[in-house]
Design a protein around this ligand. Structure first.
Ligand code: BV8
Ligand code: ZN
Length: 235
């Protein structure tokens, strides 16, 4: 059902990084457990207590140094190489897709590796030892305060124009490892289906938006994806 000319858009969520040891948000050991979302992942939280938010993200940035891409990330690289038209949109802020080799990739909720100046909006990858301390850093260019280059709740996701464009023109949309809880990402499945795409969900359990999926593969991304990609690329 997939040829190299099939135009594919993939959306990934925290579930694809779970097998690499990065905790999901709503799982029992979810990240937010010891922190309320509004305290650490909103502009309000940052305004009220920047040190708490800075430390929350530094702890997660340091974690990136100790995790590796898994077979699910690698299967998506194989799929991208097989297809003429492929876009990977991720809600994840980790760098595992790019480290696995994904090229056409959009981080719609930002990236842990990057910090952004609140004054001049310069964005830099800052992952050296000296960038991972508890001291809130300032901009090399203008001296402004740096913040995580992350889309917090009530902020606008990145590159929505490109994402909407891709959703209206794809033949197949695949959602992987996402609970379908956070908007607007949770609306992509329905949007793609409305524009005539086939839709597939790969998840440990049925996500909230499962009704918009033509096919559902229940299981771990690290097991299901390599099997599916092998079937699609060797047919
Ligand atoms: C916006 C960066 C306007 C932070 C993140 C009331 C009702 C509805 C919506 C709202 C509302 N009030 C406010 C809103 C909007 C809000 C929202 O949706 N809130 C939720 C809480 C209801 N959204 C926003 O504010 C967004 N902005 O709406 O702006 C707008 C809209 C359109 C166009 C222009 C402007 C901004 C949201 C971005 C927030 N930032 N991340 C950080 O990471 O620190 S969201 C964060 O949580 C993640 O990035 C991710 O997106 C989300 C977690 O979701 P998942 O990735 O799905 O992870 P989760 O743990 O939930 O699920 C994992 C799944 O994997 C599970 O189903 C599990 O079963 C499965 N799984 C586990 N292991 C595996 C597996 N599957 C396969 N294999 C495995 N091994
Ligand atoms: Zn600056």
């Amino acid at each position: 059902m997939i040829t190299k000319r099939t135009r594919v858009v993939v959306l990934t969520g925290a579930g694809i990084s779970a097998e690499s040891g990065i905790r999901t948000f709503r799982g029992s050991d979810g990240l937010w457990e010891n922190h309320r979302i509004e305290d650490v992942a909103t502009p309000e939280g940052w305004r009220i207590n920047p040190q708490l938010v800075w430390s929350f993200y530094q702890q997660r940035r340091k974690k990136l140094l100790h995790v590796e891409p898994n077979s699910g990330h690698l299967a998506l690289v194989e799929l991208e190489r097989f297809l003429d038209s492929f876009l990977l949109v991720t809600q994840n802020v980790d760098n595992l897709h790019e480290r696995a080799g994904s090229k056409n990739l959009i981080h719609m909720h930002g990236e842990l590796e990057k910090l952004r100046c609140e004054e001049c909006h310069a964005v830099e990858v800052m992952m050296e030892e000296k960038h991972l301390g508890e001291e809130i850093l300032t901009c090399q260019q203008c001296g402004g305060r740096l913040r995580p280059h992350i889309v917090w709740f009530n902020e606008i996701p990145m590159q929505m124009q490109e994402i909407m464009e891709a959703l209206t023109h794809c033949d197949l949309f695949i959602a992987i490892g996402t609970s379908g809880h956070v908007y607007p990402a949770s609306g992509f499945l329905h949007k793609a289906q409305m524009h005539g795409a086939q839709t597939i969900v790969i998840n440990l359990e049925p996500p909230e938006n499962i009704s918009f999926s033509d096919e559902f593969y229940q299981g771990k991304a690290g097991d299901v994806l390599p099997m599916l990609v092998r079937r699609w690329t060797q047919e």
